[in-house]
Design a protein around this ligand. Structure first.
Ligand code: T3D
Length: 263
């Protein structure tokens, strides 16, 4: 039987994805990539889903690539890591970024290598106080991937990004919050409840509008002010045609709580 290395639970508009290889701190092997891809595809194709919540099983969130798949016997061919990035990690990151709904990440323990940068690529990242972030790549002669060289300097500035990436030390969840790398550091025993409360909130919100907010903010990274103003014009036009915009305005004028459908 295939190991369930990714658990997917969809309930009341919330898709909870749990990385489930706790013995190796939820590190990624090819099977886990395939299961993650299938989970993201199911979420994207399920019109009832309005928010995704990503977390890890056990004491770690994710330790990046499973290094037991990377030992090279003398004389054997060295694996082409460019292919691994192109076939697995980049599509994973792209699929996460492109999901048309908020993606919450609940970092329950150490997030290292690709695991750290997957957490940083989510829209709202919470971390348990005992969790930490490690740009572990430099310790094994690699460079940060999963968008880390793009995300980190933008989130924390170049000096801190270089310190994290070149030294590979552990950054506590508390400092990650102080540095603006994540949304919030919460007490360990409150993490899953806080993440689920946030998910329940998003499951009642104008999903299409939230998806367009993500698109606009992502687009801003490489745009001038003038270019971004055009992105805002185009997305606002689309947002203004949504059912939820009509409902939001009606509820406001009728002084009642809106009932958003996500459409
Ligand atoms: O290769 C490509 O396709 C290119 C893409 C690369 C992406 C990457 O992510 S490269 C970076 C890979 N990850 C790392 O280098 C992190 C390696 N792990 C660590 O540095 C440490 O384990 C942690 C800092 C994450 C946690 O340390 P600690 O002391 O809390 O735990 P530990 O004792 O080191 O690990 C616990 C177990 O998990 C241990 O197994 P054992 O001894 O109990 O049987 C350890 O071997 C295992 N483990 C941790 N990380 C990995 C792993 N097993 C396989 N792969 C791992 N990445």
């Amino acid at each position: 039987m295939t190991e369930q290395s990714v658990l997917l639970d969809i309930d009341q508009g919330i898709a909870k994805v749990t990385l489930n290889r706790p013995d190796s701190l939820n590190s990624f092997n090819v099977e886990m990539h395939k299961q993650m891809r299938a989970a993201l595809k199911s979420i994207r194709n399920d019109a009832s889903v309005r928010v995704m919540l990503l977390t890890g099983n056990g004491r770690g969130f994710c330790a990046g690539q499973d290094l037991s798949d990377r030992t090279v016997k003398p004389g054997a061919q060295v694996p082409d890591l460019g292919i691994s990035i192109e076939q697995y990690y980049n599509p994973l990151l792209q699929a996460l970024r492109d999901l048309p709904m908020p993606v919450i990440c609940a970092v329950n323990g150490v997030a290292a290598g690709a695991g750290a940068n997957i957490a940083l690529a989510c829209d709202i990242t919470l971390a348990a106080r005992s969790a930490s972030f490690v740009q572990a790549f430099c310790k094994i002669g690699l460079i940060p991937d999963c968008g880390g060289t793009w995300t980190l300097p933008r989130a924390v500035g170049m000096a801190r990004a270089k310190g994290l990436a070149l030294l590979g030390g552990k950054l506590s969840a508390e400092k990650a919050e102080q540095w603006g790398m994540i949304w919030q550091c919460v007490e360990d025993d409150a993490l899953q409840d806080e993440a689920m409360n946030l998910a329940r909130h998003f499951a009642t919100q104008p999903t299409k509008g939230l998806a367009m907010i993500k698109r606009a903010l992502h687009a801003s990274a490489n745009n001038t002010f003038e270019e971004q103003a055009l992105v805002e014009r185009d997305l606002q036009r689309l947002a203004g045609r949504s059912d939820d915009f009509r409902e939001g305005v009606s509820a406001f004028t009728e002084k009642r709580t809106p009932k958003f459908t996500g459409k």
